[in-house]
Design a protein around this ligand. Structure first.
Ligand SMILES: [Mg+2]
Length: 374
């Protein structure tokens, strides 16, 4: 494979409704897309970094900068082009390893090159990653609302649409009461879980144990990302299984968290861990340890959403992921919209991602384009 260059394109997409988590409120999504152009095909990557470094240290401007300044020049170097020519996307992580962190940028460029490679081969992401299902159950992530009635109305809408699982974002002051209200209104059969996005400390253990009464699938990332031992201590005090998100940034950190008893479940987000190939390694590691995994979301466009659905079709993804329909976040997606069918989303089967941006729609939301020639 011979790379001619990579296009860095920023798009700005309004959300259908504000999405509030414990770290902030999003009303629009400023996204960095990558297009890898090879002699044989074009491939798309999506960088999941948010506008501000509130979910993780990465933010979208920093990811574009590190790509332009360090990562793409490394891939374009004689050593980089030789390795890409030999091994394609599988060479990207190793080539970029000397540069610390910035996993969301690394994941995006690996995704773009992998997509180009698979499109040239006529092979889908799902087949490449090892998907074993042709559709996967779709969960929805529900933000923090201004009131319990507003939350119940939102949850009712998602359940009417057919979502197979509901996740409530929580924070101190918005936890036991909304969970109790959702259980009381919609009953014990709804698959329900919560996500704190690091908003608590170990001193909140007794309070968080009150959530044990509601038969939740899991509580996600209650403590700070670096507090792995704290999660292990909390796990001994809660009946609700602990799931890690922010803390797991590689297969190595996943192995440590599992060994320390810090999680019974892992939320895998390819952007957070440096790419779909590392995501698959974490899946394999977790499966070997009997740890369940599911696929998280970062308010992706149809591009990232399609790749996530392919990943979620691997056999160890035994819990419904945040792989919702495009309409959960966007009135108009840049690809053919991902739609819900009986609570499921369909694993794309076309070459590469199986979806591509629709040129007119892409232009409408584009705010800048930059070409880096190799
Ligand atoms: Mg999370």
């Amino acid at each position: 494979m011979k790379l001619r260059g990579i296009e860095l394109r920023r798009v700005s997409m309004p959300l259908v409704a504000p999405f509030r988590t414990s770290f902030g409120t999003q009303t629009e999504r400023d996204i960095l897309l990558l297009k890898a152009v090879t002699d044989d095909a074009e491939g798309w990557g999506e960088c999941v970094a948010l506008s501000d470094p509130l979910y993780s240290a990465e933010y979208v401007e920093s990811q574009q900068d590190v790509l332009r300044r360090f990562l793409l020049p490394r891939l374009a170097s004689p050593e980089g082009t030789a390795a890409l020519g030999r091994s394609g996307a599988a060479a990207v992580a190793g080539l970029l390893h000397p540069y610390k962190g910035h996993r969301m940028a690394k994941a995006a460029v690996e995704m773009a090159i992998l997509d180009a490679e698979l499109r040239a081969l006529g092979r889908s992401f799902g087949r490449e990653l090892g998907a074993v299902a042709d559709r996967v159950p779709s969960g929805v992530s529900v933000g923090i609302h201004d009131s319990i009635p507003a939350l119940l109305s939102a949850v009712e809408g998602y359940l009417d649409e057919g979502y197979a699982r509901v996740k409530l974002k929580i924070e101190p002051g918005w936890d036991v009461e909304p969970v109790a209200a959702v259980r009381e209104r919609f009953g014990g059969d709804v698959l329900l879980q919560v996500d704190a996005n690091t908003a608590y400390t170990l001193r909140d253990a007794r309070h968080l144990a009150r959530l044990d009464a509601f038969d939740l699938l899991l509580i996600e990332q209650p403590l700070e990302e670096e507090d792995v031992l704290g999660h292990a201590a909390l796990a001994r005090r809660l009946a609700t299984p602990i799931c890690l998100d922010e803390s797991v940034v590689s297969a190595q950190t996943a192995a440590a968290a599992i060994t320390l008893g810090a999680c019974q479940i892992i939320n895998i987000k390819p952007g957070r861990v440096g790419g779909y190939l590392e995501a698959r390694r974490i899946h394999d590691l977790a499966a070997a340890h009997g740890v369940a995994v599911w696929c998280g979301g970062m308010v992706e466009t149809g591009l990232g959403r399609a790749a996530n659905i392919a990943l979620a079709a691997l056999p160890g993804f035994t819990l419904p992921g945040d792989v919702s329909a495009s309409g959960r976040f966007y009135r108009t997606d840049i690809t053919e919209p991902i739609v819900l069918d009986d609570g499921h989303v369909t694993v794309p089967t076309g070459p590469g991602l199986g979806v591509a941006p629709i040129p007119g729609l892409l232009e409408q939301v584009t705010t800048s384009v930059e070409w880096i020639a190799f």
